[in-house]
Ligand binder design. Structure first.
Ligand code: HEC
Length: 131
């Protein structure tokens, strides 16, 4: 058992060394994102991100990890920006999408820091959701 746990740690270390950085976003941004989320996304995805109506998929927990956990922040950002909200895709400004994403990341256990998540494709590509 001990050996299995150790190999797992070594494997993770190897995987995360591939030019990947943890997602960058700030607490202040999370607070803004939460307000926009409740306004724009909450009715379908739920206040708790997994208790919505109108068919909104869960945005946290195992479901989120399975869908997004092996990609970069850019993959998730692009999806949300081009598909959500379904009646007005791309309808929010880029900063608001980045704020909302920060909130979703924080609710999935990613850790806020001093800098904001900028809606910049290149920098988001470098941020891995793998953990
Ligand atoms: C009118 C209801 C509705 C609103 C409003 C809405 N969504 Fe969705 N969302 C959905 C539905 C339905 C799906 C599932 C789409 C699919 O599987 O093709 C979805 C899927 C998603 C997914 C993919 C989830 C997964 O892993 O399967 C994300 C991420 C997401 N929405 C984010 C957002 C964000 C962020 C907002 C607010 C800007 C938002 N949505 C607003 C209905 C909504």
């Amino acid at each position: 058992m001990r050996f299995v746990a150790l190999s797992f740690v070594v494997l993770c270390a190897a995987a995360s060394s591939a030019a990947a950085q943890a997602p960058v976003f700030s607490d202040e941004q999370v607070a803004r994102g939460k307000a926009s989320y409740i306004q724009r996304c909450g009715m379908c995805h739920g206040e708790n991100l997994d208790d919505g109506d109108f068919g909104g998929a869960p945005l946290r927990g195992a479901w989120f990890r399975d869908h997004w956990g092996s990609g970069s922040v850019a993959v998730l950002f692009t999806y949300v920006q081009t598909a959500m909200p379904p009646d007005n895709p791309g309808g929010l400004n880029d900063t608001t999408y980045a704020d909302i994403l920060s909130y979703i990341l924080q609710r999935n256990g990613y850790v806020a820091g001093a800098q904001e998540l900028k809606p910049d494709e290149k920098s988001m590509e470098a941020m891995s959701l793998h953990k």
